[in-house]
Design a protein around this ligand. Structure first.
Ligand code: ADP
Ligand code: 5GP
Length: 199
């Protein structure tokens, strides 16, 4: 059986990572969305254990000390980390796992897992990015400025990823990601058993 794909998706705040991932998960029921832990405050409508595990800074430090994270990073003044628990188990069962994480975290995962699928999501323009962050209505003026200011550097780092997808229309972006995943599953190095079975 083929191992599942470890998929990493990143992009500047407001690009639409959450929106695209939600739709992708709705369409691919066997895709496991890795729920991160964070020390940031929940936004209106966010539920502990659904979007994130919302924990305190002390709890976060304990999780680091206990080796519970595959990676973690400080992003826009808060800590975020990917719990390692269950990821390997699911991949070995042939299930795909998606991590929606920032570029620092993604670059760390790239070193540990070169077989991962690294996708960078771009907004159609910086103006549209600004409108999306503001339109979401979740950030204070200070948080908005911090996130928007970081966007250009984050986007420049996107060149280190393997794939780039512009999130102009959500449906089109989701379709492109599904095609990337289909192509990845056809890679020779993921299918060596097919050759061995025949020869
Ligand atoms: P991120 O997770 O990257 O920070 P979100 O998924 O929260 O971004 O999206 C930011 C805002 O932009 C949300 O209000 C969302 O509804 C909107 N949005 C996301 N994708 C699109 C799109 N393709 N076209 C228009 N608006 C979008
Ligand atoms: P937000 O506060 O908008 O939910 O997320 C802020 C940033 O943190 C986004 O770029 C998001 O991808 C990133 N992020 C979310 N979870 C993790 C994680 O587990 N690790 C890392 N490194 N970044 C994360």
């Amino acid at each position: 059986m083929q191992k599942g794909l470890l998929i990493v998706i990143s992009g500047a705040s407001g690009t639409g990572k959450g929106t695209v991932c939600k739709k992708l998960i709705g369409e691919l029921p066997t895709l496991f969305y890795s729920i991160s832990a964070t020390t940031r405050q929940p936004r209106a409508g966010e539920t502990d254990g659904v979007e994130y595990f919302f924990i305190t800074v002390d709890e976060f430090k304990n999780w680091i000390a206990e080796g519970k994270f595959l990676e973690y990073a400080e992003v826009y003044g808060n800590f975020y980390g990917t719990p390692i628990h269950k990821i390997e188990e699911r991949l070995n069962r042939g299930e795909d796992v998606i991590l929606e994480i920032d570029i620092q975290g993604a670059l760390n995962v790239m070193k540990k897992r070169p077989d991962g699928v690294y996708i960078f999501l771009l907004p159609p323009s910086l103006e549209e990015l600004k409108n999306r962050i503001q339109g979401r209505g979740t950030e204070s003026q200070e948080s908005f400025e911090r996130r928007f200011k970081a966007a250009a550097d984050e986007i420049a780092t996107g060149k280190k990823y393997q794939y780039v997808v512009v999130n102009d229309k959500v449906d089109a972006a989701v379709e492109k990601i599904k095609m990337i995943l289909a192509a990845e599953r056809c890679k020779v190095q993921r299918n060596e058993n097919l050759f061995e079975n025949l020869l």
